[in-house]
Ligand binder design. Sequence first.
Ligand code: NAD
Length: 438
Amino acid sequence: MNIAVIGTGYVGLVTGACFSELGVNVTCIDKDESKISSLRRGIMPIYEPGLEELVEKNVKQHRLSFTTDLKEAVERSLVVLIAVGTPSDEQGNADLTFVKEVAASIGSSLNEYKVVVTKSTVPMGTGKMIRSIIEEHRPGRTEFSVASNPEFLREGSAVEDFMRPNRVVIGTEDSQAAAILRDLYRPLYLIETPFVITDVVTAEMIKYASNAFLATKISFINEIARLCDALGADVHDVARGMGLDNRIGRKFLHPGPGFGGSCFPKDTLAVLAIAQSAGCEMKVVKAVVEVNEGQAPLMLGKIRGVLKEPKGKVAAVLGLSFKPNTDDIRESPALKIIDGLQREGVKVRAYDPISMDNARQVLHGVEFCNDEYSTVEGADVLVLVTEWNQFRALDMKRIRGLMRVPAVVDLRNIYDPEEMRRLGFTYRCVGRRSVESS
Ligand code: NAD
């Protein structure tokens, strides 16, 4: 089968590479010429574990190629996947400019029957809109089907998630399209991946409901952590005690600086905007967003509490990506925290294993360092923002010797408060007893 994937970002590139690995002929399309020409030279536009090897192998075996020529790629494909960005607009709505642009181009390239599939996260009703845009632009009355196939991969483990998904959701009103998509996903069908086959609007809703729910778990545990801080309870034990109940589950019960990344913040806002135009009030999701917006200021309060007089002090920030194993800094809590520190006159030194090139484009006045240890030199506080594995077992004795003041604000609760006290640190964390240096 020949397929086209339009939009070669985190989702499009992973989807294209993984389908080609499963034996499908894939053309990845992007309007960003420099991205496509880099990919043709074997240079990855993003960091994602295992992706580079997959791309290299499948390009060599002629199952994967890259182009900016949408028309030609669509013409020779039976399935056309849309994986362009759907960022938030100023009111929090999903901005569908790119989706509309692509639907029009698909329409004018429609030479024979195709299944047009939305992988981008789009508001309920977008499938219908795509259908009418294609109808408006197609030459003659060429037949086509529209389907929704929302993507659930997580950055940082995207290849693994794509190859071993918890489920595949396919929304279409058309049995021919459902059969073609089932065929496309046959290798996953064979390993008994559950499939949810439904209509388009329900599939679109499943994606938003899933992300809103996961975001709810995070805001929920962050709120519980606030209460633990106030009452002296230990949120780790609370989360474990809760999570061992199978009805609750242990995942996504990690307190921290709030959720970030390219999905949860924009998707929760989109749910609220969609609900508002449908005349529905979503009280839970609203609270989830509010709690999340309060997390960065709360974390800044913890740092301020350690620095006392922030102006002129030096903060060493470890971790800039919104989570480990990705170079994605979109909506990363680290950016908010750095901005807050700089506003209070704190000098920021920072290090991240992978995302510093991206961070340099948006952060100004930050001193980027070469590793963890050079970052903390002369610092008044070490702020751990992203829990990269290499930050989990730092040589804390060495760090204490390098810092001007031995103080750690650990926003991911990586370290043990008692151990930190024993090592002579003032240590603040999230929802667990903080300790003063002795
Ligand atoms: P991205 O910004 O990394 O990539 C989008 C790509 O689309 C860019 O390379 C852009 O140049 C390209 N593009 C835009 N308009 C185009 C056009 N007219 N023609 C060709 N290419 C065009 O975005 P992403 O993170 O991959 O997200 C894509 C969609 O998938 C979003 O709706 C997002 O919500 C959803 N999603 C993302 C993730 C994730 O973890 N990143 C997970 C699940 C779902």
